[in-house]
Every structure is written in structure tokens, then in C-alpha cells.
Design a protein around this ligand. Structure first.
Ligand SMILES: NC(=O)c1ccc[n+]([C@@H]2O[C@H](COP(=O)([O-])OP(=O)(O)OC[C@H]3O[C@@H](n4cnc5c(N)ncnc54)[C@H](O)[C@@H]3O)[C@@H](O)[C@H]2O)c1
Length: 264
């Protein structure tokens, strides 16, 4: 059996919830998991996006609306999935947002928006999945999408960085709490990934730094030893690995998937 076959064999028949699954990194993770035989519930604040993405993956996958900032919305959505499938095995807490601003100009609204989705969203989804795994004695796996900005403070993204550093602290603490029950909790830390979020950031950054969007993108590439912009699929491969039994002795980690932008 090759390594690839082994990972597919581990994951075949598992059931996953992916938040923020309508596009970008979440959709690539959902697609990669589905190619490894995983049944995926794609959730997103956009019902239309989630439903279309699930239909695109094919039969057996579900698209549903979950706003990760809202406890009732998360609880209702997760219950719906439990009712449909009798439970689930994997949670990928991927939904996230960003805004860009100089710290001196940062507003309360920007701070709260970033923390509500990026940090509170991880808290609520991880807590409900943990309860489910414990109640069903399921040695489940949680993977949170943190960021390069969870390892190094990113200028113009201080609030976003703070919200993602918090995700790593949470991931480590939860991993220690759940390890005795065989539940693993890890995070991935992507770098400069080509998604809708990146397009918005390039536009904001070019305005804030007085550069053209092309210059901003060149700057990202020049910071990346592997010499190109990251793709959502670059992240998805590592998430699939973390979900599989090949990563059975890894917990509490924040894995850098940045093309070498950050090494540590
Ligand atoms: N793109 C990058 O360069 C990059 C780098 C590091 C980390 N990340 C992280 O990766 C994750 C995915 O980002 P992306 O680049 O794919 O962004 P994206 O904007 O392309 O996708 C994010 C998805 O999350 C959904 N979403 C937003 N708010 C939500 C909410 N309250 N509840 C549920 N869903 C919600 C959006 O509708 C969207 O479908 C985020 O956590 C982001 O912080 C992205």
C-alpha cells in the first residue's frame, strides 16, 4: 500500500464538518477530504455558496448555513448533521475574515469583527465538536485554520494577528485537555494564499502602502522561499494529513504551510 493509499484507507467513510466551506481554502479542504472518501458537511454563512459547493462535490455531501459567531446557529447546524449522519468524526474550523488598517486607525468594529469570526468561531465550533466526541467516545480530530499571522505579527493586520495568535493558544490548551480521550487538536498556518480574502487584502494593502496590486503580490512572492503564491490546495493536503492516522502522534501543533515564509 502506498502512502497515499494508506491515508485514503484511514479516512474512507469518515464524516467531516468544514466551516467557511463555500470557497477558498475551506472548499479546497472539503474537496480534498471528499477525494479521500470522506463525507463532508460544508457550512458557511452563505447558504447559497455552501449548497452550491456541496452539490459540486457530488452525492452524499451536505451544504448548510452556519454562522460561526452565533452559538444557536452552530448548535442547530451541528445537530442537523448529527441527525442526518448519526454523528461526525472530523471538524475543520476554517471560517475566517480579515480587514486591514494601521493600528492607530483601527476601530472597535474591526477588532470585534475579526475576533468574533476568527476566535469566537473557533471556540464555539471546537467546544460543540468536543462535547460530541466525548459523549460518543469518538476519537475525533479537530483542525483549526490559523495563519502565518498567528506566528509573526503582521503589519496592518494587528487585530487579525491577535485573533489568530489566540487560535493557537486555544488549540494547545484544548489539545492537552482532550489528549487523554484520544482526541487530537491541531492547527494549520497558511501564508499568502490565492483566495477571495487575498484579493481583498491586496487591494487594501496597495491603498495603505501606496503600491500597485501587482507590487503587493510581488512582495508576497519575494518573501516566499519556494517562490510563488500559495494555493488553497497547498493547505488542503496538510489538513488531510492531519486528519489521517499518519498524524496519530501529533496534537497541539500549529503547522506552517507557507512555502517557507516562516520557519520555526
Ligand atoms: N488567504 C490567505 O492568504 C490566508 C492566509 C492565512 C490564513 N487564512 C485563513 O484561512 C481561512 C480561510 O480563508 P480564505 O482565504 O479561504 O478566505 P475566503 O474569504 O476566501 O473564505 C472564507 C469563507 O468563510 C466564510 N465566512 C465568513 N464569515 C463567516 C461566519 N461568520 N460563519 C461562517 N462562515 C463565514 C465566507 O463566507 C467564506 O466562504 C480563514 O480562517 C483565514 O483567516 C487565509
Amino acid at each position: 500500500m502506498t502512502g497515499r493509499d494508506r491515508i485514503a484507507a484511514d479516512l474512507e467513510g469518515k464524516r467531516a464538518i468544514v466551516t467557511g466551506g463555500a470557497g477558498g481554502i475551506g472548499l479546497a479542504i472539503a474537496r480534498s477530504l471528499s477525494l479521500h472518501g470522506v463525507q463532508v458537511a460544508l457550512s458557511d454563512i452563505s447558504l447559497k455558496g455552501a449548497t452550491a459547493a456541496a452539490a459540486d462535490l457530488g452525492e452524499g455531501h451536505i451544504g448548510l448555513e452556519i454562522d460561526v459567531t452565533n452559538r444557536d446557529s452552530v448548535a442547530t447546524g451541528f445537530q442537523q448533521i448529527e441527525a442526518a449522519w448519526g454523528g461526525y468524526d472530523l471538524l475543520i474550523a476554517n471560517a475566517g475574515v480579515s480587514t486591514m488598517n494601521r493600528t492607530v486607525d483601527l476601530t472597535d468594529e474591526e477588532w470585534d469583527f475579526n475576533f468574533n469570526v476568527n476566535t469566537r468561531g473557533v471556540f464555539l465550533t471546537n467546544q460543540l465538536a468536543s462535547r460530541h466526541f466525548l459523549a460518543t467516545r469518538n476519537k475525533g480530530v479537530i483542525v483549526n485554520t490559523a495563519s502565518l499571522a498567528a506566528k509573526v505579527g503582521a503589519p496592518l493586520l494587528a487585530h487579525y494577528s491577535a485573533s489568530k495568535f489566540a487560535v493557537l493558544g486555544w488549540t494547545q490548551a484544548l489539545a492537552r485537555e482532550l489528549a487523554p480521550d484520544g482526541i487530537r487538536v491541531n492547527a494549520v498556518c497558511p501564508g499568502f494564499v490565492k483566495t477571495g480574502m487575498q484579493s481583498r487584502e491586496v487591494e487594501w494593502e496597495s491603498q495603505l502602502r501606496g503600491l500597485t496590486p501587482e507590487q503587493v503580490l510581488e512582495d508576497y512572492v519575494s518573501q516566499t522561499p519556494l517562490g510563488r503564491i500559495e494555493t488553497p490546495e497547498d493547505v488542503a493536503g496538510v489538513v488531510v494529513f492531519l486528519c489521517s492516522d499518519a498524524a496519530r502522534f501529533m496534537t497541539g501543533q500549529g503547522i506552517n504551510v507557507t512555502g517557507g515564509v516562516y520557519m520555526g
